[in-house]
Design a protein around this ligand. Structure first.
Ligand code: ADP
Ligand code: CA
Length: 426
């Protein structure tokens, strides 16, 4: 593998320590033959050996991180910066602003990370983005009194967590009180409380019924390119909202798909997001599309492996363009190849947490991998790991990937593979 020449543009990639996304980004950078600098929160002993390749930044202090990145860039000029999750997206915005690189305004990235701020901005779009009615309450409020006030059904949620952690539906005052206490307890967990102000409030929203979709997109100069629209075929009616299957292309009527895209574009504009990856969740019912959430980052976990673009060899990696490659090219203002997803249908299942307990053994992985159309079963939980179901937990034990002629076949293959897995908990 040739080393990138000193003329290769340099990308600063901000990697949280708990991400599955590092490999895909590093791979993409290597394929593109660009120079890569990785910033993480913990200093590494390799830093001195690789001064251009590694640096340490405090992701909780975006302005400081931007100042450090600016100093770094004087030695190692940067052509682009990328965050991979909600927090690093804010830091990337601060660095991009400071170094006039491609990126979002900091205020927009902050709004994308904060569910309440986001609702406030979208609530002002005069109906071009439908959002549920909402109200924010302090986490130490009198739950019983609130329970008499709010409309039902409603959804309670923290402002900054992800993967549906702490998101709970309540249909009655009694359920509200229990849910409120449960969310407050999650907010009081030390690692959550450390997020500061955002961990001291609970957002309460009207429950929006209807099937849910996820839209993966890339903003280029404020315009949304839809990279994929995923169906979420398992109904998400609560009380908890475990993500399971994502399948694309969507089977929703084309006109409705266009409405989802238009709503997402309007939401991004209202929030001030202009550049880079977005991941939106929307519902669709008789009143049209509703925006559940818009994040200024790519799809989470390992899920991006379900997406590939252009044309390549079936069954191999050859020729295809990955989501990470598109994102890096865009960040570096390199020419974009086609944004057209492959012809085949593709899907991923975030394997639901099978229960609470220590993972003793996982049987059936080979059988699951052998299911036709299944491409991979990636188990990320390790033996001995404590599995915690929603709403307290957040980590899926693994991911199943499938590709095939159509979304129905892909969905069936994912379900079939999942049925073959047997988790033994202790
Ligand atoms: P997270 O950032 O943890 O994913 P979300 O706000 O996206 O939090 O909520 C997670 C899931 O909970 C959504 O994908 C959706 O299924 C459900 N949900 C959240 N808010 C609502 C709502 N107001 N109405 C209906 N479902 C909701
Ligand atoms: Ca979400």
């Amino acid at each position: 593998m040739p080393r990138p020449s000193t003329l290769s543009p340099r990308l600063l990639l901000l990697l949280p320590s708990t991400t599955y996304r590092a490999t895909a980004f590093v791979e993409a950078a290597r394929r593109l033959d660009i120079a890569l600098s990785v910033a993480s929160e913990r200093s590494s002993t390799f830093e001195q050996a690789q001064p251009a390749g590694l640096l340490t930044l405090d992701f909780t202090a975006p302005a400081d991180a931007a100042a450090r990145a600016a100093a770094f860039a004087r030695e190692h000029p940067l052509a682009g910066v990328l965050g991979v999750d909600d927090n690093t997206a804010v830091v990337a915005a601060a660095i991009a602003e400071r170094l006039t690189l491609r990126g979002n305004p900091v205020a927009a990235a902050l709004a994308a990370r904060d569910k309440h701020r986001q609702r406030e901005l979208l609530g002002r779009t005069a109906g071009s983005v439908a959002v549920p009615r909402f109200a924010l309450y302090p986490a130490d409020a009198d739950a019983a009194a609130l329970g008499r006030l709010v409309e039902y059904p409603c959804v309670l949620k923290p402002l900054q967590l992800s993967a549906s952690r702490g998101v709970i539906r309540a249909d009655s005052p009694a359920e509200f009180v229990a849910a409120f206490r449960r969310v407050a307890a999650i907010l009081a967990e030390p690692e959550v409380a450390a997020c500061g102000e955002s961990a001291r409030s609970v957002l309460v929203e009207q429950f929006v019924p209807g099937p849910e979709f996820a839209l993966e997109g890339l903003l280029v100069g404020g315009r949304l390119a839809v990279l994929a629209l995923f169906d979420k075929p398992d109904p998400l009616n609560g009380p908890f909202f475990e993500e399971t299957i994502y399948v694309t292309p969507s089977r929703l009527a084309l006109a409705a798909q266009c409405e989802l895209a238009a709503t997402t574009q309007a939401a991004a504009t209202a929030m001030g997001l202009v550049e880079g990856p977005i991941h939106a969740e929307l519902r669709y019912n008789e009143r049209g599309p509703w925006l559940i959430e818009l994040a200024a980052r790519p799809i989470g976990g390992r899920c991006s492996a379900a997406l590939r673009f252009g044309t390549g060899d079936e069954g191999t990696e050859k020729g295809w363009v990955s989501l990470e490659e598109l994102i890096i090219r865009h960040a570096l203002a390199m020419e974009l190849p086609t944004l057209e997803r492959e012809r085949q249908a593709a899907g991923v299942m975030m394997i639901p947490v099978p229960g609470a307990g220590e993972l003793r053994e996982l049987r059936g992985v080979e059988a699951a991998r052998a299911v036709p159309l299944v491409e991979d079963v990636a188990i990320t939980a390790h033996r001995g790991q404590r599995l915690v179901p929603l709403p307290e937990g957040a980590r899926y034990p693994g991911f199943i990937f499938a590709r095939g002629p159509g979304p129905a076949e892909v969905e069936a293959a994912l379900r079939d593979a999942h049925r073959r897995l047997e988790f033994v908990l202790g």
